[in-house]
Design a protein around this ligand. Sequence first.
Ligand code: NAD
Length: 345
Amino acid sequence: MKIAFYDTKPYDKVWFDKLAQEFNTEIRYFDFKLNAETACLSKDFDAVCIFVNDNADKETLEILYKNGVKLLALRCAGYNNVDFKTAYEKIHVVRVPEYSPAAVAEHAAALLLTLNRKTHRAYSRTRDNNFSINGFIGIDLAGKTAGVIGTGKIGRVFAGICKGFGMKVLAFDPYPVEGLDVEYVGLDELLRASDVISLHCPLTPETKHIINRENLKKMKSHAIIVNTSRGALIDTAALIEALKNQQIGGAGLDVYEEESEYFFEDLSDTIIKDDELSRLLTFPNVLLTSHQAFFTEEAMREIALTTMENVKAFEENLPLANEICYKCGDKCKKENQKEKTGRCF
Ligand code: NAD
């Protein structure tokens, strides 16, 4: 199999090169993102491998299909950047549904602990021989309430971490997990009762801006919101307004609505044109990381391995356990397609 690998970073090569020979694949690395302009370079490749900020929209997928690409291998779990209706019956789409839920949940906890106890600011202060602790007061998390939105693989681990801190955990998920040691409540109750709110649901039309102006108003004035899921779960303009009005306590963000132009790049010598991003970075109670929650050795190893296994299964005409299409879920089950052939089409 020949794979065109878009949006490559040096650390991707480290993990994928280790496996390329073993899996008998030829990988051509491109350091730019996939989009309608760069899709032309997929000619003569069997598969295209992309990450979270590549754009597999209708126009791009049509070019890939015309170029003979048969497989789109996402080296991530989220798939909101793929137009599945266009891909259906043309290009199989596979992903890495689970690599290290602990990596993301632990990063969410890191954002929470840092924001609460201001260790990011203390680090800079003490480096400057400033040993004052003015302004660094936090709260005990023990005895407080965490609200987890989305109790899938990552949300469940985060809930467990909060339990470890001695917190009460409320959760909201349209598909509650039986036997999970959390109290499921409605979204409104979670927003009103939580001292910490962490987002772990996927980005879908239903969850876009789940944290909007109205919902921000329901939160406690000291509530810390953590988002390691997808940027567009939060309406950024509304968040900025809430932070300015001191309606909430702070925000730990690993993702941002308009991150694709900025995240993962060193732009230290450029002027940031996105005023909302710049404004967010001015708040002392906002901690922004650049979509790095997944970034552990264990997760990178697993991402590379599962991606290569997905490609191999496709090549060998085997069932594609990690394939997804727009009919997956209820519709797919009704038609029984995947159970019959192991593939979505
Ligand atoms: P998952 O599919 O295991 O869990 C998602 C959960 O969200 C499910 O339980 C689902 O029922 C629930 N959900 C769906 N709609 C909802 C709604 N309207 N309200 C509340 N809950 C809802 O996914 P996961 O592996 O736990 O990953 C969660 C998200 O984390 C992914 O969608 C991805 O966007 C993000 N992620 C981010 C990083 C990172 O590096 N920052 C890495 C991996 C995943």
